[in-house]
Design a protein around this ligand. Structure first.
Ligand SMILES: [Fe+2]
Ligand SMILES: [Fe+2]
Length: 215
């Protein structure tokens, strides 16, 4: 797992550990989806189950990720960058791109639920294109603002808000975001957790997550 598009200036920023790791995990899953979620594989019941398992986690993580950005990051940047037309335009784009992706997730769900293999390749391809574009756009234009335009005190409040909102999802998020990551990347992501939770990650969350076949 590597981070693709974040400028080297921001790639090691402590504020971006979860965001960058999540973007890398979305790209990893999009690549798997493109390779594995084929019409032929979908016709095989065991493989279909595995594709749907992978899809369920991808969709949940993308929805959570967007919800945290919409609730905690973009409102703060809108306040702090209110005098900048360029910043408002980027944030309008972030809202618009999230709004385009939501119905695409529903379209993929529909194709999966109704075994609509005629539409499946088209909707998966469109989802891949739109999500990939959004990740890169966000990394290029919004990530610099996350680092530069939020004072530390406000950042701490944002982190505690996101932590409260996402705590119950950690058993899925942590093994998902670290799947396929290097030891160094895993260590960096685990640095977000208190030591007892790191132990639970290794002993409970990862083994439980890996019991299920995905993609
Ligand atoms: Fe993001
Ligand atoms: Fe986003």
């Amino acid at each position: 797992m590597t981070t693709h598009s974040v400028s080297s200036r921001y790639v090691d920023n402590e504020r971006l550990i979860a965001l960058n790791a999540s973007h890398a995990a979305f790209r990893r899953d999009l690549a798997k989806m493109a390779r594995v979620a084929t019409v032929a594989n979908f016709r095989d019941p065991a493989h279909r189950r595995s594709i749907l398992n992978g899809w369920a986690v991808f969709k949940n993580q993308l929805e959570q990720h967007h919800s945290h950005e919409d609730r905690f990051l973009w409102p703060s940047l809108r306040r702090n960058m209110a005098g900048s037309d360029a910043a408002m335009s980027v944030l309008d784009d972030m809202d618009a791109e999230h709004a385009i992706i939501d119905p695409l997730l529903r379209s993929v769900d529909y194709a999966f639920d109704h075994h609509d293999t005629a539409d499946l390749p088209g909707v998966l391809d469109e989802l891949n294109t739109k999500v990939s574009h959004h990740l890169t756009h966000e990394e290029q234009d919004a990530i610099p603002m996350i680092v530069e335009a939020i004072p530390e005190k406000e950042w701490k409040k944002i982190v505690s808000g996101i932590t409260r909102a996402s705590m119950s999802g950690a058993p899925e998020f942590m093994p998902w975001v670290t799947e396929g990551a290097t030891d160094g990347e895993v260590k960096r992501v685990l640095s977000m957790l208190p030591p007892p939770a790191r132990l639970i990650y290794r002993r409970v969350w990862v083994p439980r997550y890996r019991k299920v076949s995905r993609w």
